[in-house]
Design a protein around this ligand. Structure first.
Ligand code: IVH
Length: 781
């Protein structure tokens, strides 16, 4: 075959292949290739076309901006086409862009409006005399779909523009997207309802928008950020893009705060880096940043080349998805025995990091994605989370087809049965702490930096200690002797074939072992919350541990607190409360904890329960927290009505209180269980005991912010919300999680969401970080 035919064949193939992917991505919302792979093919085609302009075919994807819309929605012709952006990837690409702009304008340094490249769906919103009349998707750039009814349900989009001075016609261009948190929640709901989960927030936003029934869209939390003007009539066009965005903000349109005006290539790269650092902390996904020449007159002078403006460039982040092949599927055994299938991958670079393993989450996930050994898969690495397998490229499945994956029936570490309880997604090894894998993980967790913080006790030593049978539970750590450690080290070195020369010569290094023993000793007085976190109670993370420590004050009280008491503490729900109470009720945990305390481990700084606990010991709340089926808080109030919890424990018949029949039946069968009756009595006496021990009136907090309640929302510029909260509390103020009429101030940072809206609606004073600091500054005077 001649060289000429070679490139013709390649170009034809690229056109066909890219068109197919565009169709899958834009029309079907079912991507068949990672963006990075697509971009690579696209660039290859662009280069070939530039080298052989005579061979450019008329259906080349480089000449169009998308694919035809799906037919169900009414079609809308865009008055001004919705084009796309050229992409840049390297510093050099940005330098070239800036140079071309300067040459085109015959200018020295150029000011650019820099903003985020939102990873959502492009949308055009039409306002006539300030009233929202139409929303259209991009479609193929010239014709889109009428999604007015769906967009009307997006709460952040104003149905009427703010202010009196509104243009006759304004078409706003922007991006519809879903926040990461809303996406997680949606998937949780989908999972619970047995419905299909979405692969990422972008797909979830697309799926939610493409609903013929707008009521479904209304249940999905879609957002919008405006980034440009399509059409403007009856008003003067602002002179710069940055002024357009400021104007949008005044009109009540959501605009991201992460925008800036920067100068020259250096300014652009500085912006790119600063956003790159913030990316993970943003509440939504972005796939890069966008630079636009700021002056509108300059934009017009530069104009467009075929599919994209010359005055703008998208600077994309390195791809976080890549294609590779699954070489094996193994399982890992976690701290709680959870069996997690893990795909072993042919090493691949994802966003600059080599990935060799990716989690498959659980059995259902493997089934849903139908991942098999030998499959080509899309792997994704977002931020510093564990890489995951997103989907299988079915077209590349080897023939004959590999077998469907099934989880092993026995734990690969200890051979115990693998069990999966009804309604649980996770399968577990039934070996408990007899399983070395679970023991290792439990000890690893216990010794971790944010838990007991035993320095120098790395994974390798933990593995060896468990394998040599030197430690069975965490208490054994505190019984280790120098001899034990030296024996462990000798065995570990032998096993790994790394015995040092000096040791072979008969010398024994003991300094490391002395240091480790000292570190173990030093870990014996942890703050209570760290000890609680270290115990590895299911569902108890750092923040729940802190709540327990702050409110209950002592390990002794945490140990004996029934679930109903735990449940009335802030941010502790039913599942978590049950998990904590179950943990401490379990005999083997009691033995392990007593053994630990016997070694001299003792939490430091224990204190009496928090005075504010008094309010939470309300009998109605406690009764409702018992988890009696059908017993809601209002019903609990009706039932108590002058009676005490103890009174109730002596009742057998509940038909006389005017309660609904179903509830009466539920109460009677609950009370018929002796253990429940006892639990009620115990709860009541613990309540009484706590009330007696608590100070009568919560002492009025001192400090200048005493009596003031704050709600923190969004990302603050120089400190974390926790730090800000600590400052407020130190000045006597209170920090709450939700906005109400009683809130004194809302401190809002970047991307503050519904709390800010609520504050505005309720007329609560909103401060930024500087405002808060000013208030604290006054407070300190
Ligand atoms: S401006 C003529 N600004 O990227 C230029 N687009 O490849 C019109 N996008 O379809 C686009 N964030 O969906 C612009 N800040 C931003 C953007 C942005 C995301 C998307 C948009 C567009 C695609 C262009």
């Amino acid at each position: 075959m001649s060289v000429a035919q070679d490139y013709l064949g390649r170009m034809a193939w690229l056109v066909k292949e890219l068109n197919r992917h565009i169709y899958n991505y834009h029309v079907l919302d079912a991507p068949t290739i990672p963006d990075a792979e697509y971009d690579k093919l696209f660039r290859e085609l662009q280069e070939l076309e530039a080298a052989h302009p005579e061979a450019v075919s008329n259906d080349t994807p480089t000449s169009r901006v998308g694919a035809a819309p799906i037919p169900e929605f009414r079609q809308v012709t865009h008055a001004v086409p919705m084009l796309s952006l050229n992409n840049g990837f390297s510093d050099e690409d940005i330098d070239n862009f800036d140079r071309r702009v300067r040459e085109g304008l015959d200018a020295g340094q150029v000011d650019y409006a820099a903003e985020l490249k939102f990873d959502g769906l492009a949308m055009s919103l039409r306002y006539e005399s300030g009233v929202f009349v139409q929303a259209a998707t991009r479609g193929d750039g010239y014709t889109g779909e009428d999604v007015t009814a769906n967009i009307r349900t997006v709460r952040v989009i104003p149905l009427r523009l703010h202010g009196d001075d509104v243009p006759a016609v304004l078409e706003v261009r922007g991006e519809v997207l879903m926040f990461k948190q809303d996406f997680e929640r949606l998937n949780e709901r989908q999972r619970e309802a047995g419905q299909k989960e979405f692969a990422n927030p972008r797909n979830a936003a697309a799926g939610s928008l493409r609903q013929l029934d707008a009521r479904i869209t209304a249940q999905r939390k879609l957002r919008f950020f405006a980034y440009g003007i399509g059409l403007l009539e009856g008003a003067e066009m602002p002179q710069s893009h940055s002024a357009v965005l400021d104007w949008f903000e005044r009109l009540g349109l959501p605009v991201s705060k992460e925008r800036a005006v920067v100068r020259g290539c250096e300014g652009l790269l500085g912006y790119y880096r600063s956003i790159g650092e913030k990316r993970g902390a943003l509440p939504y996904e972005i796939d890069g940043v966008v630079y636009k020449v700021d002056r509108v007159a300059d934009q017009r002078a530069l104009g467009f080349v075929s599919r994209a403006p010359r005055f703008a460039l998208a600077h994309k982040f390195p791809a976080e998805e890549a294609l590779t092949v699954v070489s094996a599927i193994d399982v890992q055994v976690g701290r709680t025995g959870a069996i997690t299938p893990v795909a072993r991958l042919v090493p691949v670079s994802v966003g600059g990091v080599t990935v060799t393993n990716a989690t498959l989450h659980n059995e259902d996930e493997v089934r849903r994605k139908d991942v098999r050994i030998g499959d080509t898969v899309v792997v994704r690495r977002a931020g510093d989370v564990i890489p995951e397998v997103l989907s299988v490229v079915l077209e590349r499945r080897p023939t004959p087809e590999p077998a469907v994956y099934t989880l092993p029936a026995q734990c690969p570490v200890c051979g115990s049965h693998v069990v999966r309880e009804e309604g649980e997604a996770v399968a577990r090894c039934s070996g408990g702490l007899t399983c070395a894998a679970q023991r290792k993980e439990a000890i690893r967790h216990f010794a971790g930096r944010r838990m007991m913080d035993i320095e120098g006790l790395g994974d390798r030593y933990i593995d060896s200690l468990v394998e040599c049978n030197l430690i069975h539970g965490v208490a054994d750590l505190y019984k280790l002797t120098l001899d034990d450690l030296l024996k462990m080290k000798r065995l570990a070195d032998e096993r790994d074939g790394t015995t040092p020369e000096t040791v072979k010569q008969g010398k024994v290094a003991t300094k490391w072992a002395d240091n480790l023993l000292a570190a173990i000793e030093a870990s014996k007085r942890p703050p209570l919350e760290r000890l609680l976190f270290a115990l590895g109670i299911r569902h108890v993370g750092e923040s729940t541990a802190k709540t327990l420590a702050d409110w209950l004050g002592s390990l002794a009280l945490v140990r004996r607190a029934p679930a109903a008491l735990l449940r009335v503490l802030p941010d502790i729900g039913g599942t978590v409360a049950e998990a904590i109470a179950d943990f401490f009720a379990e005999e083997k945990n009691q033995i392990a904890l007593d053994a630990l305390l016997e070694t001299g481990v003792a939490p430091q700084g224990e204190h009496a329960p928090k005075a504010a606990l008094r309010e939470r010991l309300d009998e109605v709340q406690l009764l409702a927290a018992l988890g009696i089926p059908k017993l809601t808080e209002p019903r609990a109030r009706q039932l108590l009505d002058g009676r005490t919890l103890e009174d109730l424990a002596f009742l057998k018949v509940f038909g006389v209180f005017g309660l609904p029949e179903a509830l009466v039946a539920s109460l009677e069968s609950w009370m018929a269980v002796e253990a429940n009756r006892e639990a009620l009595m115990k709860l009541s006496s613990l309540r009484r005991e706590l009330l007696d021990a608590l100070p009568e009136e919560a002492a009025a907090p001192e400090g200048a912010l005493a009596g003031k309640t704050f709600v923190l929302t969004g990302t603050l510029p120089t400190m974390s919300r926790d730090q800000a909260g600590a400052l407020i509390e130190a000045a006597g103020g209170k920090v709450s999680g939700s906005v109400s009429k009683k809130t004194s101030y809302v401190v809002a940072g970047v991307e503050a969401g519904s709390k800010l809206e609520k504050a505005e609606a309720l007329g609560v004073t909103v401060l930024d970080e500087a405002g808060l600091l000013a208030l604290l500054g006054q407070a300190n005077q």
